[in-house]
Design a protein around this ligand. Structure first.
Ligand code: CTP
Ligand code: MG
Length: 239
């Protein structure tokens, strides 16, 4: 008897760190900020919900926001949101807590900033597909500005070669065991990280970059809200 061996579709959990304090937004809670009428966190979770390759979503928020985020998940029928949990003091602590809450048979973990509401389901699916092959994947774009290394006083030390640089976005997707081990190792050593890939890079693992999306901006300062609404108006055919 012959059997067709089909490679099983990997199970992927999305981890959404959304427990920050939005200092650069002057303290305005960016989770609930309406973008053309829909809260930032709802837009982020809707893209993950619509991505075919995402099986479940774990959201990490501040204690005070748990109830409202759970309510929004119900109101907007975000059925893949399996758990809303409390995050940690740092972004990586929030990611680690969310990673611990995933279902047991999870193969891949897709970490996506709660503050990136304009990501498309297509980018999420592409990143997950690539990660199933390569184990560690991030979307990235070439830089538009020239980047300089500076000394503490702001004096220019040198100009970096722009062609060799990339701006990295999320979702960053990893083999589940690899990400957990990498975050754990980074945590143990006290290393300060600004993204999840760097935890994996520290262990010598190669991270593959795929094409990011120019519109996949992170809501960081009030100006980003203006850009994000302009993008949404364009998508709705209003401009
Ligand atoms: N984040 C988190 N837990 C933290 C810190 C950040 O889950 N302890 C999340 C944020 O909520 C955000 C994402 O990580 O969705 C990216 O972080 P960032 O844009 O820096 O958000 P904030 O940390 O909230 O903003 P700021 O750095 O200006 O305070
Ligand atoms: Mg921050």
């Amino acid at each position: 008897m012959f059997r067709l061996f089909r490679k099983k579709r990997p199970k992927c959990a999305a981890l959404v760190p959304a427990a920050g304090s939005a200092q650069r937004m002057n303290g305005v809670n960016k989770l609930f900020l309406p973008l053309c009428g829909v809260p930032v966190i709802v837009r982020t979770l809707t893209s993950l919900q619509l991505a075919h390759r995402v099986d479940e979503i774990i959201v990490a928020v501040q204690e005070k926001d748990m109830e409202e985020v759970s309510r929004l998940c119900k109101e907007y029928s975000l059925t893949k949101c399996r758990k809303v949990i409390t995050g940690g003091v740092t972004r990586e602590a929030s990611v680690m807590r969310a990673a611990m809450e995933t279902s047991r048979n999870t193969d891949l973990l897709a970490v996506h900033d709660g503050a990136r509401p304009l990501v498309t389901p297509d980018l999420i699916d592409r990143a997950i597909e690539a990660a199933a092959r390569y184990g560690a994947v991030a979307p990235a774009l070439p830089l538009k500005d020239t980047v300089k290394r500076v000394k503490e006083g702001g004096e220019v030390e040198r100009t970096l070669k722009r062609e060799t640089l990339r701006a990295v976005q999320t979702p960053q997707v990893f083999d589940a065991d690899l990400l957990k081990a990498s975050l754990h190792a980074a945590f143990e050593s006290g290393a300060e990280l600004t993204d999840d890939c760097s935890a994996v890079e520290r262990l010598g693992k190669v991270v593959f970059l795929i094409d990011g999306e120019e519109e996949n901006l992170k809501i960081t300062t009030p100006t980003d809200v203006l850009f994000a609404e302009a993008v949404l108006r364009k998508r709705m055919g209003l401009t």
